[in-house]
Write a protein that binds this ligand. Sequence first.
Ligand code: CP
Length: 312
Amino acid sequence: MEIALGRHLLGLEGFSLEQIELILRTTRFMKQINSRAIKKVPTLRGRTVLLFFHENSTRTRTSFELAAKRLSADTVSISASGSSLVKGETLLDTAMNLQAMAPDAIVIRHSSSGAPHFLARHLDCTVINGGDGMHEHPTQALLDIYTIQEHFGGLQGLKVAIIGDIIHSRVARSNILGLNTMGAEVYIYGPPTMMPNPPQSLGARVAASMEEALREAHVIMMLRVQKERDHDMLFPSEREYARCFGLNRRRLQLARPDAVVMHPGPTNRGLEISPEVADGVQSLILAQVNNGVALRMALLYLLMGDGESRRE
Ligand code: CP
């Protein structure tokens, strides 16, 4: 059976179970490379990956750079503040000029939803979405799905509770799409001002309370309170948010005893997650980061390797 990912990775909307499973299998293989003393293979030698980050990033940017380097690709990193965007050059002009330098792939993070789709319409090279506005963060969701599968052996029938700022979260949006495809039961919960309207519009079950979201959950995915946004209108105070919507040790006991805690990072300790939970034995937060490198190696290989598809 031939499974194609296509040339770009813009989002998980429309992604099939077979496509996600191909990525997960390839990630497992890449993890073996990452466990070796010499973590480098020649697969993408001579190929160039541009990392074009218009918003700050620690995990996504570093792991894409490591992933490309472990596959022997060359990398160039560009940030908005260090580029001619600050002199008024448009995104399209910037992208066309970068394309003139003949990269094989551009990983873009941008504050505007749809920016990667816009570039994909104009550029010849592979475009990978490293997070666009409030739209999607597909590589984060794929590494989350890989981490859950690695821990539980599969996702079919697992209860996954996604809690926090749902409406602004590209991580939540991509995870709901991917987790639904993998057969998980996804519940969302957050302050009413941070929920979509209508709440069920994202395709997840809507919990009526924190207790309902957490009860018997296998996976609790806490979302970051995006402090860079103006939250004055969204919740009364950080103390109130932590009291009503934060995950602490007492609340974690509502979930299954073998439940795991996830967070895409960066975490606001003491706000959406308490330090003892973030650092506790049930936390997979650093496993997510570790898997992010292998997952991004798999994607670069599948999108840039030797064509657009793999024969099974
Ligand atoms: N999870 C995530 O996207 O983290 P960064 O913003 O550090 O890349």
